[in-house]
Design a protein around this ligand. Structure first.
Ligand SMILES: Cc1ncc(COP(=O)(O)O)c(C=O)c1O
Length: 382
């Protein structure tokens, strides 16, 4: 029942590819291994031992929560108290918990179309009705959200996969519609730390005066996805329900992992890392944009992303990007076909995602050239 279709497949050996335009994986060359090791050793020491060896299913690591409350959330314009935050096993687990707490077979969830494919599986498990809502250049179109919707899932900071940053006016409209429908919004802020040249726009939750927004954060893109650390922010009753559900499924994310991350954050290594990543991503983003232009590839929607770590691309209509991806693999190039991001039955085949979080800046132009050449070979045009 749960061996699902929408799971993103990523080759385990992606880092051995010459041109890995792969999404969501850590660039080893940017990560701060030595300080991470130090923090892991500290968390294993006698001082931390007693607090980490017991089950604490009804709470989380106090140091990690402290950092999230004092640093991560204020950066996004959000204030919260300890009992409004729950540490999760990544954003994935946070989305699952939110869906299980808020939805059932009588309720409707609105999702963006296109959207993060595993979200559709999560919603299927909650047995709710799923209403895919179209996007325009500003992101989710609030007027198209069906009246019967009780929960809206959205990625306003960097829409997944189009990378659109929802402007302020649209955010206000979305909140207004949610209020009229008496719906909740789950804001998936899965990659906010990797912001743009300018500072990132505040989270939707920071504008929420009615307590309608449940916020999902993650350390997967800023530290590494195998860490499996994220968090939920919501009202006390909601967090209390999510905490009880989490406890029944997995008790809590491992204490040692929470504490290692807490040390890394508290000692300033995290800020140094995300600054380094932001600088490097900005260089890569601009080389990507120049190369895409030079080789006449098309960015879907024709606008370069404001931050994030990927470009959402449109190939000629007749091209199936699954076929393109399998041809490119033989040339050492990894791309992500786009079909699965769209809700069935209308799943266009000519979109694909090119991420730059794990590719060396010197490889980008050549990689893009190979993508462009293969598109021409497959379609006879560009
Ligand atoms: C839009 C979106 N939401 C959620 C997730 C899950 O993130 P995590 O690795 O924190 O579980 C991802 C992962 O790539 C994502 O792209």
């Amino acid at each position: 029942r749960f061996s699902i279709e929408n799971w993103p497949s990523k080759p385990q050996n992606w880092s051995s590819f010459q041109y890995p335009f792969i999404y969501g994986q850590t660039d080893q060359s940017l990560f701060d291994h030595s300080n991470w090791r130090q923090c892991a050793l500290m968390a294993l020491g006698a001082k931390d031992f007693s607090s980490l060896t017991s089950d604490y299913y009804d709470q989380d690591d106090t140091e990690l929560i402290e950092f999230i409350l004092r640093h991560s959330l204020p950066r996004r314009g959000i204030t919260a108290s300890t009992d409004q935050v729950l540490v999760t096993m990544g954003a994935q687990n946070a989305l699952w918990l939110a869906a299980q707490v808020l939805l059932n077979q009588r309720r409707t969830a609105a999702i963006e179309n296109p959207s993060y494919p595993p979200l559709r599986d999560i919603l299927e498990q909650s047995r709710c009705h799923v209403a895919p809502v179209n996007l325009d250049e500003y992101g989710l179109i609030p007027d198209q959200i069906p009246k019967e919707t009780s929960v809206i899932f959205a990625t306003p900071s960097h829409q997944c996969p189009t990378t659109i940053t929802m402007p302020l006016e649209r955010r206000q409209q979305l909140l207004e519609i949610a209020s009229n429908l008496d719906a909740l919004i789950v804001e998936d802020d899965y990659e906010f730390e990797i912001s743009s040249k300018k500072s990132a726009s505040p989270a939707l939750k920071s504008l929420d005066s009615e307590g309608r927004v449940i916020y999902v954060g993650s350390f997967s893109k800023s530290l590494f996805p195998g860490l499996r650390l994220g968090y939920l922010v919501g009202s006390k009753p909601f967090i209390s329900e999510a905490r009880a559900l989490r406890a029944s499924v997995l008790r809590h994310p491992p204490g040692h992992i929470q504490r290692t991350a807490a040390h890394f954050l508290r000692l300033g290594h995290y800020d140094a890392l995300i600054n380094r990543m932001a600088k490097q991503y900005s260089i890569r983003r601009s080389i990507m944009a120049t190369s895409i232009k030079k080789y006449h590839l098309e960015i879907a929607g024709n606008t370069s992303p404001q931050g994030g770590s990927s470009f959402w691309m449109k190939a000629p209509k007749k091209l199936d990007t699954d076929i393109l991806a399998s041809r490119l693999i033989k040339n050492g190039v990894l791309i992500e076909p786009g079909k699965n991001f769209f809700a069935p039955p209308d799943q266009p085949e000519n979109y694909f995602r090119l991420a730059f979080s794990s590719i060396n800046e010197e490889k980008i132009e050549n990689g893009i050239r190979i993508v462009a050449e293969n598109i021409i070979k497959l379609t006879g045009s560009n």
